[in-house]
Design a protein around this ligand. Structure first.
Ligand SMILES: NC(=O)CC[C@H](N)C(=O)O
Length: 312
């Protein structure tokens, strides 16, 4: 065991409790009604190191839905299904600087494709690219892929969150119909949205999230079996998007303050990785105005400064 790992295991509960105060500065997402039940004061973290094991603190067992974190992994599956040319015919490679559910830029560019795969419009376009004859078959393929990365075959959709989102997703429906009008979606809009809402509602805890991150930290290789689960080139694409767009329109500040590839979701989850070393899963349901976990970001900032983790 390295000195750093020992310090991490020992210090983690203390750093977590210091960051917990920041939960009071955020609020739980309520635009998906079912998410409003999440405990606002919760904060949990798990860090996995392929060799030395697992460090954890706080409410690391709290289950939460992946929400936007799932977009990183549907992007990877879409790349594996369609190749780079197929994917980048439907989504761009640039950050927007707008909110994650913004319609604004879709009308400003020609062709009207989403700026990147991590905003809602882009992830909806990506859902339409996942291979499978029916929405159920596509969702099953996504689940099977996520389970393999998480090393846990119990991963499943939270049906209450799925129903809650599909009943209230007027804005996402608008985005999807807009994409259909722009010729970005070939398939039936409601079928595409079913796949999108299902993958957003896949439930995990910090350990499962950390395990998924660890595979990315090791360039797509399963840390236990050594098997390649995702081609290295596609992991590189996903990590680039995580740096430029992973924390929505706060990605620049996060790159400066933390400096790690990461992706957040509105349930308060954050997946982050230290390349070649650690997979990190964080949950803190209280969010700031940009949709990122207030305490989760603070905790990652503390750890990155303490151990000089920034990749820059
Ligand atoms: N930012 C997010 O996590 C957004 C995901 C959520 N399912 C939505 O579409 O609004």
């Amino acid at each position: 065991m390295t000195t750093e790992w020992n310090q991490l295991v020992e210090g983690l509960p203390r750093w977590l409790e210091a960051s917990r105060a920041y939960t009071a500065q955020g609020s739980v997402a309520a635009y998906i009604p079912e998410l409003a039940h999440a405990p606002a004061g919760a904060l949990g973290i798990t860090i996995m190191d392929g060799a030395s094991g697992v460090a954890r603190a706080g409410e690391a067992d709290l289950p939460f839905t992946l929400q936007s974190i799932s977009k990183v992994f549907t992007l990877l599956l879409a790349l594996m299904d369609n190749g780079e040319d197929g994917v980048f015919a439907k989504v761009g490679m640039e950050p927007t600087g707008d909110n994650f559910n913004s319609m604004l830029k879709l009308e400003l560019v020609d062709p009207g494709i989403p700026f990147n795969p991590l905003i809602n419009a882009g992830a909806i376009a990506i859902s339409s690219l996942i291979h499978g004859a029916t929405p159920a078959e596509k969702t099953e393929r996504i689940l099977a892929f996520f389970r393999e990365l998480a090393g846990d075959h119990s991963l499943a959709c939270n049906e209450d969150v799925y129903r809650s989102e599909t009943q209230t997703a007027h804005r996402n429906r608008s985005l999807a119909y807009f994409l259909k009008a722009n010729g970005v979606l070939d398939a039936d809009v409601e079928e595409v949205l079913e796949v999108y809402f299902k993958h957003c509602s896949i439930e995990a805890n910090c350990r499962q999230l950390a395990r998924m991150a660890l595979v990315l930290a090791h360039d797509g290789t399963d840390p236990e079996s050594g098997r390649e689960l995702v081609p290295r080139r596609y992991v590189r694409i996903a990590k680039s998007f995580m740096i430029t767009c992973g924390m929505y329109n706060e990605s620049g500040a996060f790159a400066i303050r933390v400096g790690l590839p990461a992706k957040s979701g509105v349930s308060g989850g954050i997946l982050a990785l230290v390349p070649g070393r650690y997979g990190i899963g964080v949950v803190g349901p209280a969010l700031n105005a940009k949709g990122n976990s207030t305490a989760g970001v603070h905790l990652l900032q503390t750890l990155s400064a303490e151990f000089d983790w920034s990749i820059f």
